[in-house]
Ligand binder design. Sequence first.
Ligand code: HEM
Length: 228
Amino acid sequence: MPAWTSPDITERMPLNIASCNAALRRLPAWPVYMGSVGYAGWIFWLGVTDQLGAEPVKVVEHALGEAALYTLVAGLAITPLRRFLGINLLKFRRAIGLACFFFVTAHLLTWAVLDVQRLSAVWADILKRPYITVGMAAFLLLIPLAVTSNNWSLRRMGPAWHRLHVLVYPAAFLGALHFALLVKGFQLKPLAFLALVLVLLLLRLPGLKSGGAGLSPAKRRAATQKFR
Ligand code: HEM
């Protein structure tokens, strides 16, 4: 029987993807945490040492916002990558999700503490500016996900954990919408990100779920639980 007719993804995937996955499994997840903290620290350092031009706070704010968006998209891409291409990055999903939350929090704090600087003005902006309202909604949705992204919560919550973590979908949509709303005039990048997020969400529709990878629900659950 040809290898790709086997129901088990690990048996039917091409050898190069299988060896790629084996190599990925050997990599630790901690560089994701270190890299995220290091990147944020480096950006702040450039700002503090006056290397970011005339508006350092804006540059830091934007860099952290972009980092939040990239990690949000990266986290969202992990499931389709496995389902449709067989590439297994599940081991890094929690680290990428927490990195995203870290960047969003740093982005929000940079804006509130260093840019706006007054609590009343922060509150007024959240209520008045739609792109900030939307960004804030995304942030609020990410809080319970970050708080429960540990093995203890996963064990304690059981199936409710999976239901809760579906919140990442509206959070991702709102994060991308926030970016699209804040730019003035027509700009391709925010629209491209919004489209990318929508495609990554559409790839989760039930009809497409089994995709090329074809993991059974039980195996999918087992794989998710193993790496969460
Ligand atoms: C998932 C959540 C979020 C994501 C993915 C995100 C992402 C981004 C991105 C990509 C940018 C533009 C960076 C650039 O122009 O290069 C940005 C800008 C900005 N974001 Fe966010 N953001 C999020 C949440 C928030 C929150 C919670 C707030 C505040 C309550 C906020 C406030 C801002 C502000 C004030 C700007 C700059 C607007 C300007 O150009 O003046 N964001 N964000």
